[in-house]
Ligand binder design. Structure first.
Ligand SMILES: [Zn+2]
Length: 308
């Protein structure tokens, strides 16, 4: 009898100990959540980013920003995503040189009136450089800022395109499997081009020292000079040349190159008022003269990805 009582006591003691540990774990877990740690979601087969965003009641953009996802269509099963807790569909934005409220609304694909009212702005023409804005993102629209790195966007926004000069965008390939913009600049200089690099932009495929999708801004864009990328001089005066490194007669551009090209085209379309119908390839401009940018580069695929 005595033996049984002692045993019951130890069962109660053990139970209390287990409960204490359980409560401590519960408390720690809860406080971690309270202090805003992100939860993690493992992507399932065929699950889309918008389904995941809906499940957690957060915006797609917030998940994209937190996980550095440039193309939500390239999500793969098994990927661990951080889910922002308590996130809203709003981001902060600081007004930069060259911005107008209209260009900011355009960039984030929201209505000017919504942006103005969210920030209690009665005179949209009176925004100042450095002013902080709240951007209420529209979840149904893809925001282009994720396609270009923030440093590329920063460099781009510091360059003011010549008003009315640029009418078209022409896409090229380097026709070399590996290359870099500096080498191309030297080759073009040696060919007798005094301004060197014939293109305004070069998008790397990750060869040499650049990273895959890296956008090199050439001096012809920085100084707003004519291109040297097509035969006709009048076209060089009005056409922006973008060269993707790689030989697309042999293989397709990388996904990251296409993301950067999409982001860059959208940026240039907006900044220079170029319509989607004015984005073309070297081959289309000079039929029979060149295969550039190769049979594995699809202009229709690019155009389908761009917003109207
Ligand atoms: Zn070309």
């Amino acid at each position: 009898m005595k033996f049984i009582v002692a045993n019951n006591d130890s069962i109660i003691k053990n139970f209390r100990r287990v409960m204490r540990i359980f409560l401590i774990i519960l408390f720690i877990g809860k406080s971690v959540n309270c202090f805003g740690a992100d939860s993690v979601h493992v992507v399932r087969q065929n699950e889309t980013l918008s389904q995941i965003a809906n499940k957690y009641g957060v915006s797609m953009s917030a998940i994209q920003v937190l996980n550095n996802i440039s193309n939500p269509n390239l999500l793969f099963a098994g990927k661990k995503l951080k889910i922002p807790i308590g996130s809203t569909k709003e981001i902060d934005y600081t007004v930069k040189k060259g911005d107008s409220l209209g260009s900011i609304a355009n960039r984030f694909k929201i209505k000017l009136s919504i942006l103005a009212s969210r920030n209690k702005i009665s005179r949209p023409d009176l925004i100042k450089i450095g002013q902080k804005l709240i951007i209420p993102l529209d979840d149904t629209k893809k925001v282009e800022t994720n396609l270009l790195s923030s440093s590329t966007l920063k460099s781009l926004s510091s360059i003011r395109p010549k008003t009315g000069k640029w009418k078209k965008i022409i896409v090229h390939h380097s026709a070399t499997p590996t290359d870099d913009a500096v080498n191309m600049h030297n080759v073009h200089k040696a060919r007798g081009m005094k301004n060197g690099l014939a293109y305004h932009f070069v998008i790397s495929n990750g060869s040499r020292k650049a990273y895959d999708g890296e956008v090199y801004i050439g001096n012809r864009w920085k100084s707003q000079l004519d291109g040297g990328h097509v035969k006709k001089q009048n076209l060089n005066k009005t056409c922006i040349g973008i060269c993707l490194i790689g030989n697309f007669e042999l293989r397709a551009p990388t996904a990251k190159q296409m993301n950067s090209l999409e982001g860059l085209c959208e940026y240039l379309m907006r900044r220079c008022s170029i319509s989607k119908s004015q984005i073309t390839t070297h081959k289309i401009i000079h039929p029979g003269h060149t295969a550039c940018p190769g049979k594995y580069f699809s202009i229709s695929k690019l155009l389908n990805r761009l917003n109207p």
